[in-house]
Ligand binder design. Sequence first.
Ligand code: SAM
Ligand code: ZN
Ligand code: ZN
Length: 727
Amino acid sequence: MKMTGSPTSCVDAFVSCSLTRIRRIATDDLARLLVNRVPAKTALEYDFPAVPLSRIGEQEAWRKEVHRPATSTHKWWAKRLGSVFRGIITAAVTETQSDALAAYSSAARLDGLTVFDPFAGSGTTTVEALKLGASAIGWDINPVATLVQRQAVQRWDMSELIRAYKSVEKRCRAEIDRVHRSDLGEPVLYYFWVAVAACPVCGTETRLFSTHVFSQNAYPKRVPDAQIVCPACLDVMPGRYDFSELTCRAGHQVKRTGAVTRSSMTCPVGHCSKVTDALGGHPPRYEMYAKLVLGVNGKKRYERINDFDRALYAECVGLLQKCSDDLVLPVGELDDGENTRQAIRWYFGEWKDFFNHRQLYSLGLLGRAIREVNANESEREALVALFSGTLEFNNMFCSFKGEGTGAVRHMFSHHILKPERTPLEAHPWGTPVSSGSFSTLFQTRLLRAQDYKVSPTDQVLSAQDVIRVKGLSLPVESSVIKEWPTRGLVQGAVYLRTGDAADTDLPEASVDLVVTDPPYMDNVHYSELADFFHAWLRVIKPYSAYPCGAISTRNAQEVQSASPEDFEDAITDVWLECARVLKHNGLLAFTFHQARLSGWVAVVRALAKAGFVITAVQPVKGEMATSVTKNGVEPSNLDAVIVCRIRDSSINDHASLTEPHEAVKAAVRRLQALMAAGVDVGPGDIRSVIRGHVLATYTSQPSATDISKLAALADAEAAEQVSCLLR
Ligand SMILES: C[S@@+](CC[C@H](N)C(=O)[O-])C[C@H]1O[C@@H](n2cnc3c(N)ncnc32)[C@H](O)[C@@H]1O
Ligand SMILES: [Zn+2]
Ligand SMILES: [Zn+2]
């Protein structure tokens, strides 16, 4: 590895001053500090810059898609912070905190270094490795993840991409516009729908509103104007967000609260029942009740639904029936699972049930235009990925966020598939003022990703501020290699693959660093959710190796199980493969946040079985800070970066985590440093970090340690430190 070049461009004059400072650090130190391998003692293990990286990460976490647009062209869950991963990689090739930070903040080039991410997801590691000039390998068992990751690195010819986009537009836009218009011919941005269910006691049809305020400002105290619907006649009228009662134009008394409270409903006669009992064994019927029109004067107008709107929708129902063989439509059924169960409880059986008829017709036309577009492979694939990303905002699980914010609350704002009682139907092609439409996402996702891929930015510390600079990193654009090249990876190459990371074609001892973010035992079930996209993608075939024949992306080898035993077995297999492909002096580093003690136990046992010793546990900024407990899981702000080396006779020199009480002290020191620097640290974070440190000691002497006793100690220490540190 050597340090080459210096920053070539920067965002503005202010940034340019700061770069001068960074460059000085770089020229003085970098050539000396970057050696051509992972040092025997790394900053990642012994002197990790957790505080500065957490400060930078905090900034990135607010707008990940703005700071890391290459990996943001499509939904993937649990995307990690690119800045933290750049920090991990640079700290793995340096020996001290100041060297690590200098490498992080400079035009460091890790020539000849190979970085492997076995659980690659959207490609966070891959992109950061390429930006530093390393070669990157990204495996993921899910083909939708591979699609997202491919967009992060694949080279696009912009004139070809724009030409292909225009050709798709020519083929389908006029018809999509036609079926999203008012009787005056103006575009309709959004249609508002409400689920209807019959009361199980008296059979009265009940509109499942929880409130009759269907649109209000994101800051209602500042802007109290709201839109109100009458549940009896669906009249739409302006009012205040906090109104208590008003009379509609047909004389009905309208109260603010609707028929539904949580999972119960009260019919107009007054019977109370569970909503799911009222569904009667099929998904809810939906009724359209309002629309948001973009007037010719450029102003938006809320209006009630009229005969024209109903006739236009009925026409779409007919067109869908007539053309269905010719359109791209989703195929496949929902299988039971942790994340699909709620939708199944509402009787959603097939993926196409997630869309109304106009959505299926319009998306079907758009999907067909993209499937058949005459374009080069990677540009066509980018449009397919964009189309797939658009689906997230164009289905009946979306809802209205309100005025003064991006209008569409996409379906994955919860990690489960949660049916929506008042869905929002958007114009899928969109207008310049739309949110989540194909045309707006083309700008905000693809064009932004392209800019970043050609000329990436990084966030660095400058005095007390975090600033964004250009010119440190190399472009990430690359051609993707589909299998291990017989002569090995060349400099800066990227090898991406869909498959079980427990069984790769990588040669033994071919990788310097494994940097990853494994699934967390009880969190997101990726394939259950990814199947929503796969149901469409398999009909379009985004790239040649895409498994169009597979009815689901679920895979028995996927590391994901609520059972600690199954999780441990599956992750052990991947760690064993990592140990095989890792060079003897290499490092495995992964981020982990685990609310459950059994999750920590499973992961340390798996590491020990695979022949790894944990040499450090470094808490650092992880997810966006949240303050609410969800499903009994404490909010988290920190991840632990777990650093491991392959066990051998010299490993005891490395193992700093050998004694549980010393490990607690180390954990407390690290947590206190973060807290002193103002990083938000909650009880869930403390519990996770203390447990991780104590349990890490197991890997130094697995055969001589009673893991149940150690786990009990970890728990007791965690409880004690929560009260000490938060006192
Ligand atoms: C926490 S996510 C990684 C997210 C990623 N760090 C990002 O920023 O997008 C874990 C990933 O592991 C993948 N995975 C699960 N089991 C796997 C296996 N056996 N082999 C390869 N990938 C697997 C899942 O599909 C998922 O994308
Ligand atoms: Zn009733
Ligand atoms: Zn009314």
